[in-house]
Design a protein around this ligand. Structure first.
Ligand code: E4P
Length: 378
């Protein structure tokens, strides 16, 4: 896409380019108004970290969704950060280009922008690709929260119903506990339950094998993060996945240095295993604290995901140590819900209400079950 059209796309994202609607009237189209207080804005296509402080001088910064300077530097100065998507054109370096290049709606190269191919905007399949893959990928930002550490579909459905599920991590051991489905099938079902990151672990130990397995997983759903073990081959694979736009979760991290290397290789998530360190009489939480601090100090674009969680105290300590995410087994999720004083309090309130209801029923000559909590008067 030429610069002018990119600026127009950005302007649309900002709401700066729309026509003003006539005031009032039921049929008036929705009014598009500029962002309040925005005086200066910039579009930056590069990824140089050193550009951060300069960009931060603008009220609004529009960035390339696939490569840009670390966001914390820009945001710290209060700039609003937006991204753009190109319409009617795709660059051949786009992470999804290989998957779509033979589609009938991918047309001839743009003569004035040879790295780009034109797209047939009238094609329904193009519209779907744009809405289902390009836009969600552009909007996907850093994740925070609680993941479920399981491949058990019922456990995932339960925690999703509680409204607290931000993602899921699986591994070969957890998949081995499931029955009747292939790993692919399990992953597809999980990705249908949560739109948060779902980790799918490779088992190959050579780079090409990891890439083959990871590319396969990445095609199953948009929210797959390929889980790659920390190793020399793992680092190389993660660097290549990053170049292809495939997000990774580096697993089996047991030291801050391993985490630092994985961050530099481009892992989106770093998984230090606290429980397994505690098991060998080391302090798992020290690695979480050190790594979270390194990520913050150096504004690395990655997140610390505390794994191998054994009990609720691990979750609290990880959050206090600055871990962005903890992946929690179902049993520990249940333990987090419960507290003996909560259980005791529920029993007490129930019994007090039953007593009050009986008294009200006696006063009003009703059966106790006819006294409704919402109508009761004392
Ligand atoms: C998650 O990503 C890890 O694979 C998992 O938390 C490991 O936990 P474990 O040490 O209990 O096997």
């Amino acid at each position: 896409m030429g610069l002018t059209r990119r600026l127009i796309a950005a302007a649309l994202a900002l709401g700066l380019g729309g026509a003003t609607a006539p005031a009032g009237g039921a049929s008036a189209p929705p009014m598009i108004r500029p962002l309040a207080g925005v005086r200066t804005w910039v579009v930056y296509y590069g990824a140089e970290a050193s550009a951060g402080p300069d960009l931060a001088r603008f009220d609004v910064v529009v960035l390339d969704p696939h490569g840009h300077p670390p966001l914390p530097v820009i945001k710290r100065h209060g700039a609003v950060v937006l991204t753009y998507v190109s319409l009617g054109e795709v660059n051949t370096s786009h992470p999804e280009y290989a998957a779509i290049k033979d589609e009938p709606w991918v047309l001839a190269p743009n003569p004035s922008w040879p790295d780009a191919r034109r797209l047939d905007v009238r094609a329904e399949a193009y519209r779907r690709w744009l809405l289902d893959r390009v836009v969600p990928a552009a909007l996907a930002g850093p994740v925070n929260g609680l993941f479920l550490d399981t491949a058990d579909i019922e456990e995932i459905r339960t925690v999703a119903r509680w409204g607290v599920l931000d993602g899921v991590t699986t591994n070969p051991t957890l998949f081995g506990k499931t029955k009747g489905m292939t790993y692919d099938e399990v992953l597809k079902v999980i990705c249908g339950i949560t739109s948060g990151p779902v980790s799918a672990e490779v088992v190959a130990d050579d780079v090409e094998g990891m890439l083959r397995e990871g590319r396969h997983f990445a095609k199953l759903a948009d929210n797959i993060y390929v889980k790659v073990p920390m190793s020399e081959n793992g680092l190389e694979a993660m660097a290549r996945f990053r170049a292809e736009g495939i997000r990774t979760n580096c697993t089996l991290i047991f030291s801050a240095n391993q985490g630092l290397l994985a961050a530099k290789a481009g892992a989106s998530l770093l998984s230090p295993f606290v429980g397994r360190l505690d098991d060998i009489n080391e302090e798992g939480m020290t690695v979480i604290r050190e790594l979270a601090e390194i990520v913050a100090i150096h504004e690395l674009e990655t997140e610390v995901l505390t794994a191998s969680v054994r009990h609720p105290r691990h979750v609290t300590d990880a959050a206090l140590a600055g871990s962005h995410i903890a992946t929690v087994p179902f049993k520990v999720f249940q333990q987090m819900v419960r507290h003996p004083l909560t259980d005791k309090g529920i029993v007490q309130f129930r019994s007090d209400w039953d007593k009050a209801r009986k008294a009200l029923a006696a006063n009003e000559g009703k059966a106790p079950e006819d006294v409704k909590p919402t109508e009761a008067r004392v």
